[in-house]
Write a protein of this length. Structure first.
Length: 584
RNA sequence: GGCUCCUUCGUCUAUCGGUUAGGACGCCUGAUUUUCAAUCAGGAAAGACGGGUUCGACUCCCGUAGGAGCUGCCA
């Protein structure tokens, strides 16, 4: 038996074990399975490169078990990125703040400078932060779900923040669509939504204070100058830097408009994002630009607002789309400039359309409300979305209740997934079967109304009992409606050609003989009806094949319907006999 | 262009260096049969490619190809 196989038996959490080892020997590249210090292996020793080497080293360990990172950030292990490596660069935090400031930060309690909340044991706070520039699409819904599950499972808080700092594009209609969509999905936040733009004053104040501390600066570049410098930087393969980052650059033109920019980390520094999904992602300082914090009208940009709000809201874990992965490095730089602590990040891959391309109107980029209108149940949406990018062994359909027990960041996948309506249908079918009959009837009525169909002519007393039989046969609400159509149809039924053909003279004659038999059935219940039908067939000396099609034609006019005995029961004795009479 | 991320059946995924690569949806065949479904039983179906490390690689490393993201006074 291999040593590896022994581990789980000897030690409750082999991951934790591997992790603790990794802390000490990460940079050696040694096997994380043993506690023995192992000298740096030859393969690694030959490497002459620096950043990429350490990056791949980090990948080697962190990719496999993102879990391991947690320990690495634990307080007992000291400051975050501090590895006992000779190559270690100066912590980027210190370079662009004033000396006294740097000293202050250096001596501040560690929780303001480095490790994650997770490690401190403080309560978990997550947030979903959509921008109200459009409906809530399925990717956003999934992000919200993950944040909600993660917080609720941990007994923490899940908050909602509307990122409306783009005044041009934010609309109230979008805000409503998002709120309604989330409400429909059942993902309620622990507290009222925070509207980001309402906090603009606070953002501005934060930026100004950062300017005073040297972490940010006022930039007086004209648009033309800026464009020229950006082009030049791009040509050089470097991130944009404003000359105004240099305090000695010049005296600002009087009364000129300015913008406030982050004084980005130095070229040779590195920003590491310990992502729970993607592993440790290292970004060179040269890749981070002097991005804008305050626009020339002094309103905050997204970059500033997220960082300040996450801080003020006490957000500990940021679970969001992959498209923010590179932003995480920028935000980390900003957070460090502020001297705040960096949340734990988990960047989940985007959802693609069924053609593998970016989601568009054509495939899945519909508002969640449109999924409701297509007849999906919210619990089915949650279950389907959960499995799009998250897994736990062979578990397939996971109820929200189970998910609240099982969800973890470790189960998040790293590759983008595609929307599959066929699978969604089958998950929905599963939840329709589990759903309460009365609730389904109500949903069916709502659905019909939303589609502009006439009100269902039967009352709940007739529809609810039928639901138990008919819901087995439908994947979505419209399909449910189709299953009910034979019940809902009004006499006299309109018949398709096939049905008319089925009602030959001979068949009608037989149905005429069947009528009194059915009329004699006292307990109108499918078991007794079935008995009567079988007896009748025996009496006629024919197989049921001679009776079924005709009876069905008379009863349903060709509409899909369940087993005839059941169909008869659901129709009721009176209606059934009347429908028989109609064909005589 | 630069940087970053991703790559197991058609789709969602399991796999933590040794498996006949497992499950689910879909698909195909059969059973059932009174329509349409449902159900049951079988089946086909995957490690992008090329190197390397190793006794052994889907798994670790490097490269290539393909896909995606960022590079906005958008978020």
């Amino acid at each position: 038996m291999s040593a590896r196989r022994c581990v789980p038996k000897l030690i409750p959490s082999h991951k934790a074990r591997a992790t603790s080892v990794r802390l000490t020997h990460a940079q050696t590249g040694s096997s994380a399975r043993t506690e023995q210090p192992i000298p740096a292996p030859k393969a690694k020793a030959t490497g002459s490169h620096k950043i990429s080497r350490s990056a791949s080293c980090a990948r080697m360990f962190c990719r496999r078990s993102p879990n391991q990172m947690r320990r690495r950030l634990s307080p007992s292990r000291g400051r975050v990125m501090r590895r006992p490596s000779p190559r270690r660069v100066v912590d980027p935090v210190f370079e662009f703040v004033s000396l006294p400031e740097a000293i202050a930060i250096m001596h501040a309690p560690t929780e303001t400078t480095g490790h994650t909340h997770e490690a401190t044991g403080s309560a978990i706070v997550t947030r979903f932060a959509p921008s109200p520039t459009g409906y809530l699409h399925i990717g956003g819904a999934r992000t919200a779900l993950f944040n909600w599950l993660f917080a609720r499972k941990a007994g923490g808080k899940y908050l909602l923040r509307i990122e409306d700092t783009d005044r041009e594009r934010s609309t109230e209609a979008a805000v409503n669509a998002i709120l309604n969509g989330l409400a429909w999905l059942g993902l309620e936040a622990d507290g009222p939504p925070l509207f980001q733009f309402a906090r603009a004053a606070r953002h501005r104040e934060a930026a100004e204070s950062l300017v005073e501390r040297g972490g940010a600066f006022r930039c007086y570049l004209t648009p033309e100058e800026e464009t020229a410098l950006k082009d030049a930087a791009r040509a050089e393969g470097k991130a944009f830097r404003s000359p105004w980052r240099n305090p000695d650059y010049g005296t600002p033109p009087p009364a000129a408009r300015y913008v406030v920019r982050l004084r980005a980390p130095g070229d040779n520094e590195r920003i590491e994002v310990a992502d729970k999904v993607q592993g440790v992602v290292t970004t060179a300082g040269r890749e981070i630009d002097d991005f804008i914090l305050l626009r020339s009208d002094l309103t905050p940009t997204y970059m500033l607002a997220v960082v300040v709000d996450d801080q003020d809201m006490g957000v500990t874990h940021v679970i969001r789309g992959d498209d923010h992965l590179t932003n995480a490095a920028r935000q980390t730089a900003l957070i460090r400039a502020f001297g705040w602590r960096v949340p734990t990040y988990a960047h989940i891959p985007l959802i693609h359309g069924d053609d593998g391309k970016k989601l568009s109107k054509r495939h899945g980029a519909l508002g969640v409300e449109e999924y409701r209108d297509m007849g999906y149940l919210p619990e089915a949406m949650r279950a389907y979305l959960l499995r799009l990018g998250w897994s736990k062994g062979d578990l397939d359909i996971v109820s929200t209740e189970q998910a609240l027990e099982l969800f973890d960041l470790e189960g998040l996948g790293r590759s983008p997934s595609r929307l599959d309506f066929a699978k969604m249908d089958s998950v929905n079918a599963h939840f329709i079967r589990l759903a309460d009959d009365q609730r389904l009837v109500s949903l069916m009525r709502e659905h019909a109304a939303r589609r502009g169909l006439p009100d269902l002519r039967l009352d709940d007393a007739a529809l609810v009992p039928a639901m138990a039989f008919l819901k087995e046969r439908a994947k979505t609400l419209p399909e449910l409606l189709t299953q009910f159509s034979f019940l809902l149809a009004e006499r006299p039924l309109t018949r398709d050609e096939k049905t008319i053909k089925a009602l030959s003279e001979e068949v009608v004659a037989r149905l005429a003989r069947l009528r009194p038999v059915l009329a004699a059935v006292e307990t109108w219940e499918h078991v007794t009806i079935k008995t009567a039908l079988d007896d009748f067939a025996a009496h006629e000396g024919v197989g049921f094949g001679k009776i079924g099609p005709g009876l069905r034609a008379a009863l349903t006019g060709g509409l899909p319907a369940p087993d005839l005995a059941i169909a008869l029961q659901l129709l009721g004795k009176t209606e059934s006999l009347l429908r028989l009479d109609d064909v005589m």
